[in-house]
Design a protein around this ligand. Structure first.
Ligand SMILES: Nc1ncnc2c1ncn2[C@@H]1O[C@H](COP(=O)(O)OP(=O)(O)O)[C@@H](O)[C@H]1O
Ligand SMILES: O=c1ccn([C@@H]2O[C@H](COP(=O)(O)OP(=O)(O)O)[C@@H](O)[C@H]2O)c(=O)[nH]1
Ligand SMILES: [Mg+2]
Length: 238
């Protein structure tokens, strides 16, 4: 009944098929990661002491993005920015967008790009770190384009947690965090939105050689070993 998401789109290729591009790409990004720049630099619209290193973390609902981001942040010193968490925090803060955001999340739809990018930008600007994991964003081509326009930057690397729908549904229904969107009706809507709007973004980064696909089935530690290999492999190229 449930399909493996990646198989729905011919745009999504395996990590191996994009390796040559990623290898040469990795060389540059890790060189900048290791050397950094000592005086403040303008990177797009951000002013930072070092050139920012941006990782987008994508995958369907329940694919394990948040779980793995916590481990990546701990192991590799990234600042973890979950777009969903930033939006939920905005609801709780009684901001003027709160009701709109809540209704959008309940429907499993995507919050207007300007709202989400503004929240991400604020976090990036106020952080002293220059390594960012942006979890659960961009969810659509429109999101992606708004990020490029407003932040003035592209990701250095994009992780995609590839998980069968059946497994994602099981995990979300067991998540137990009291989320308004973790119910079967909203999950079905979120999976449709993921296929129609997020897979094109994944395809875009695959074509640009930035995508690293992770098999998201297995234990948390098994999956993290694949993630570790992505970062370690890139680091070895510097
Ligand atoms: N590899 C895994 N195997 C089983 N359950 C997992 C795994 N990774 C995460 N989970 C659990 O699945 C649920 C969804 O994980 P989460 O990291 O929140 O996913 P996402 O951020 O992609 O929606 C959580 O309850 C989490 O504890
Ligand atoms: O960039 C984003 C990130 C999240 N959301 C909304 O927030 C919900 C929950 O997102 P989150 O990333 O927390 O869900 P996950 O994929 O981790 O289950 C999504 O379904 C969307 O409605 C959004 O509109 N834009
Ligand atoms: Mg999450």
């Amino acid at each position: 009944m449930w399909k493996r998401i990646a198989s729905l789109s011919p745009l999504v290729s395996s990590s191996k098929s994009t390796l040559p591009n990623q290898a040469s790409y990795g060389l540059n990004i890790w060189k900048s990661l290791s050397t950094g720049i000592c005086t403040p630099v303008r990177y797009g619209n951000l002013l930072k002491e070092k050139t920012p290193f941006i990782t987008f973390v994508l995958g369907g609902p329940g694919s394990g993005k948040g779980t793995q981001c916590i481990k990546i942040a701990q192991t590799f010193g990234f600042t973890h920015l979950s777009a969903g968490d930033l939006l939920r925090r905005e609801i709780l803060s009684n901001s003027e967008d709160g009701t709109m955001i809540l209704n959008t999340i309940k429907e499993g739809k995507i919050v207007p790009s300007e709202v989400t990018v503004k929240l991400i930008k604020k976090e990036m600007e106020s952080s002293e770190n220059y390594k960012f994991l942006i979890d659960g964003f961009p969810r659509s081509e429109e999101n992606r384009i708004a990020f490029e326009r407003i932040i003035g930057a592209e990701p250095n690397v994009v992780l995609f947690f590839d998980c069968p729908e059946e497994e994602m549904v099981k995990r979300v229904l067991n998540r137990n965090e009291g989320r308004v969107d973790d119910n079967i009706d909203t999950i079905k809507k979120r999976l449709k939105v993921f296929s129609s709007l997020n897979l094109p973004v994944i395809g875009y980064y695959s074509k640009r050689g930035k995508l690293r696909t992770i098999n998201a089935v297995g234990t948390v530690d098994e999956i993290f070993e694949q993630v570790r290999a992505v970062f370690t492999e890139c680091e070895a190229m510097k």
